[in-house]
Design a protein around this ligand. Structure first.
Ligand SMILES: [Ca+2]
Length: 503
């Protein structure tokens, strides 16, 4: 039709493709911002700087070979005098879907998430990522740099959102019609922080396995590493895992190697107690005690009060993350060393689960935790929050995410009201943000977009598990507190044989 309308034809022919050229964005003036690069990267020509996320070690093939042409903008943001936040914005030259997808970080960040940006760009989004304000993946940057801790904890993400929208406006001549956040682990925590503190930054937020920091890594280190007799060699993890499956797998109605609801599995490692000498196929008495503590919530030794959740039965294959030894998991250990105690030589064995927890909860040490249950402004903005967490996660306790979700339900006036805007999907047998024995791949962005753009709240999500690149099991993920129940007939590897139902 339009080809018969001369005015529109003329407009299409004469209008510049963009409001500004990519190169000219270097002169764009934004508060606290220095744009350090703006250049068109030809299709397939992007090369990530050394060590960038998405560059797998030993992989010589260029993982960015299939990227379309884009305008690459890099900037340094200095919202405080000690800030040095690096951000990148990638703007597709053709076929922009008029949306922004910001991507989150892992661990202590310290690097731009190039791999996740590439995924978003391929799908037609303008995309943004930040190094969160420091370089390198340890917590040492925080020592003596409270402002940098603020940048890592929340400020870099918020600053990035504002600047991304401004750069998009300048380049295309229009703001993104929708903005999404997509992150897991640290990225999940960042997503929650945005929903809590800057509810208008995003229309939809994917927050996987949010890495709210507890002392779980210290708790498990005390259980299995402090006393050498308690040490459980990794060779025994499969042994304990099998005993858990023997005790609990069939309880959910289907013997499939997965525990649908580990909270209903009361496993006592005592079943593995050695009857004679330790021949490697049993647990010694101190190892039984250590395994018990792995499943026990952290408690205050003085008051007996419960402090934070720990692991659930079924996680055993991933215990190496926490108790491979000789030191606790560095990722979370660094939090106490550099943030809470501000002492690189701090000895973890001196930790006290009474005074130490109080110290960790001081406001200046808590800036990165995203546990505020008040999502009223985000809900009023009609934001949608899609949370997910694997039940076999050992980096971040699944129960901690459930605890947060339940606190949101309590604050927002009950499950029905909450589920209009926030849902949590738990994934049996999935590890930290992916992998594991259970179905661990699902279309996160597509699910969120259906919710935001078509008002279709996810009633169930089909997830799949693959071996050697071939799907060998599908299963519905259900909105918490529902679980997937076997219908009684049909293949246990087919999602169609399961329905979401009350636990
Ligand atoms: Ca089962």
């Amino acid at each position: 039709m339009t080809k018969y309308v001369p005015g529109i034809l003329l407009c299409l022919a004469a209008a510049p493709a963009f409001a500004a050229s990519c190169d000219s964005l270097t002169s764009l003036a934004l508060p606290d911002t220095t744009i350090t690069m703006a250049q068109v990267v030809a299709a397939g020509e992007f090369v990530a700087p050394g060590g960038g996320q998405g560059q797998k070690k030993g992989v010589t093939r260029n993982p960015y070979k299939d990227l379309p042409e884009f305008c690459r903008v890099a900037a340094t943001l200095r919202p405080s005098s000690d800030s040095d936040i690096k951000v990148e914005f990638w703007l597709p030259i053709a076929n922009w879907n008029r949306k922004l997808q910001s991507v989150g970080n892992g661990g202590w960040a310290g690097v731009i998430s190039y791999g996740a940006m590439a995924d978003a760009l391929r799908a037609g989004y303008a995309t943004a990522s930040t190094d969160t304000g420091h370089v390198g993946g340890s917590g040492s940057f925080a020592l003596g740099h409270q402002e940098k801790l603020e940048d890592f904890g929340w400020r870099s993400e918020h600053e990035m959102a504002a600047k991304a929208k401004a750069v998009i406006q300048a380049f295309y001549g229009s703001a993104p019609r929708l903005a999404y956040w997509n992150g897991c682990s640290t990225g999940g925590r960042q997503g929650l922080k945005e929903a809590q503190r800057f509810p208008n930054d995003y229309d939809g937020i994917i927050a996987g396995a949010p890495a709210n920091r507890t002392a779980m890594a210290l708790w498990t280190a005390f259980a299995a590493l402090k006393d050498p007799a308690s040490f459980i060699p990794a060779s025994k993890f499969p042994l304990i895992h099998q005993a858990v499956l023997n005790a609990c797998d069939a309880r959910d109605g289907v013997k499939d190697g997965l525990i649908e609801d580990p909270t209903r599995c009361n496993f006592d490692p005592k079943v593995l107690l050695c009857k004679g000498a330790d021949d490697g196929s049993c647990l010694t008495a101190p190892q039984v005690e250590a395994a018990r503590k792995m499943y026990t919530p952290g408690t205050n030794p003085r008051t007996g009060a419960q402090l934070f959740p720990s692991l659930v039965p079924g996680t055993e294959l991933g215990w190496g993350v926490l108790i491979a030894g000789p030191e606790p998991s560095a990722n979370i250990f660094d939090h106490f060393k550099y943030v809470v105690y501000k002492d690189p030589n701090w000895d973890w064995k001196t930790f006290d689960f009474d005074t130490g927890i109080t110290r960790a909860a001081q406001p200046e040490n808590e800036v990165m935790n995203a546990t505020d249950p008040n999502l009223k402004a985000f809900f009023a903005h009609n934001g949608k929050l899609l949370m997910y967490h694997g039940w076999s996660d050992t980096n971040v306790a699944t129960l901690n995410t459930i605890k947060y979700y339940n606190s949101v339900v309590d604050t927002m006036g009950g499950a029905a009201k909450t589920m209009n805007n926030a849902r949590l999907f738990l994934e049996p047998g999935m590890g930290h943000c992916g992998g594991g024995e259970g179905p661990n791949v699902f279309d996160k962005v597509g699910t969120l977009e259906q919710w935001v753009e078509q008002g279709k709240a996810p009633e169930k999500i089909i997830a799949s598990h693959s071996t050697d690149g071939k799907v060998d099991r599908t299963r519905p993920l259900c909105p918490y507190p529902q679980v997937a129940k076997y219908k009684g007939s049909g293949s246990i590897d087919d999602a169609a044989s399961f329905a979401c139902a009350a636990p």
